[in-house]
Design a protein around this ligand. Structure first.
Ligand code: NAD
Length: 324
């Protein structure tokens, strides 16, 4: 496929993530065709996108080189799958997180596109070998798992099916980089991918500490937001350790490795997040932020404002490999 053929991307599903992907791809100058199986849904999504892109432009947070109007002009809506797929070199699926729904839509898509078209799923929790089990040619399939909201949180986990071609991983990595995302490659599929496995470890230990009466809900959140999170917005755990001993990572592990191993052996079992014991934790959280829509929406808006500010700051940050 020549680069002149690589201009159109089809987004399947026009919910939260579908709309975000459309904005990200349009910011990179791609024509984006949005399809949703609920008639009128993708047209509605464009109205919302337009408003969002204009607000981003006003806040000087619009991504890419094009104006909001130019980006909106790149996005079109379809109620017909065949028309939506016409001309696309890349398909990003964003339908409900239900295995059968995803399996069926990929089966339908494969019948309607050429053999070189890349089929990519946004799934959060389903492994590629299950998602693509009804696709005949699985070498063109992968998961591109975004983080919500993808417009500000740029990580995308690229997870191959056991049969995914290396060129498909490379092309997707190039595309994601070009549109300003931060892609990482998993070398093989695993339940939870990378991000959710790390997140699950943090959730489990936070839960145990609160449940065991060691710390409050409010304070465990401060441990992350005012402690670990300060560094993790810019450098990960590996680089953090490398920089935290006079002679780097090996030195760090000689000094602190045995302590980390000792602490790890004291970790408790997997918590029961829904049982009786969880009620106290949930109540404590709801005292801080009541779980009605008004309070949750206000906190989500605050979160997105803060993420926008952080994204602005990170724009000026160059990864350490660029400093060599
Ligand atoms: P959503 O419920 O907001 O949107 C799903 C959309 O898909 C709806 O508009 C629905 O009408 C449409 N749809 C359903 N079945 C369809 C079909 N067969 N054909 C075409 N359209 C169909 O969901 P979402 O939050 O946008 O999530 C979409 C995907 O992204 C899921 O797989 C989810 O796991 C993943 N994801 C979500 C998040 C998140 O935080 N929301 C983060 C990362 C990945």
């Amino acid at each position: 496929m020549s680069s002149s053929d690589m201009k159109i991307i089809t987004v399947i599903g026009s919910g939260l993530i579908g709309r975000s992907w459309a904005m990200v791809f349009a910011s990179g100058g791609y024509s984006v065709k949005i399809y949703d199986n609920q008639p009128g849904q993708s047209a509605k999504a464009i109205v919302e996108l337009k408003k969002e892109l204009q607000e981003l432009e006003e806040a000087q947070m619009l991504r890419g080189e094009l104006t909001a109007a130019q980006q909106v002009a790149l996005i079109s809506s379809y109620d017909d799958l065949t028309q939506a797929l016409e001309g696309a070199f890349f398909v990003q699926e964003c339908v409900f997180e239900q295995l059968e729904v995803k399996q069926n839509i990929f089966q339908d898509i494969e019948r309607l596109v050429g053999k070189d078209v890349i089929l990519s799923s946004s799934t959060s929790c389903l492994v590629p070998s299950n998602v693509f089990s009804k696709v005949q040619n699985r070498s063109r399939c992968l998961v591109s798992h975004p983080v919500n909201p993808p417009y500000y949180v740029k990580l995308v986990e690229l997870v191959p099916h056991p049969e995914t071609a290396a060129t498909v991983m490379d092309t997707t990595h190039t595309l994601m980089t070009k549109v300003g995302q931060a892609p990482v490659r998993l070398r093989k599929e695993i339940d939870g991918f990378s991000l959710n496995r790390v997140q699950a470890a943090i959730i489990a230990e936070s839960w145990r500490q609160v449940q065991d009466g060691i710390i409050s809900v409010k304070d465990i959140d401060l441990v992350m937001s005012e402690g670990l999170g300060m560094r993790y917005a810019f450098i990960g755990p590996m680089e953090t350790m490398h920089l935290n001993a006079p002679e780097g990572l090996e030195d760090y592990m000689k000094r602190y490795g045995p302590g980390i191993q000792r602490v790890l052996t004291s970790f408790g079992p997997v918590p029961d997040f829904c049982g009786e014991g969880s009620k106290g934790i949930i109540n404590e959280m709801c005292e801080l932020i009541p779980s009605d829509q008004q309070h949750l929406s206000a906190s989500k808006d605050r979160r997105d404002q803060l993420l926008m500010g952080l994204a602005k700051l990170k724009k000026d940050h160059r990864p350490s490999e660029d400093l060599n």
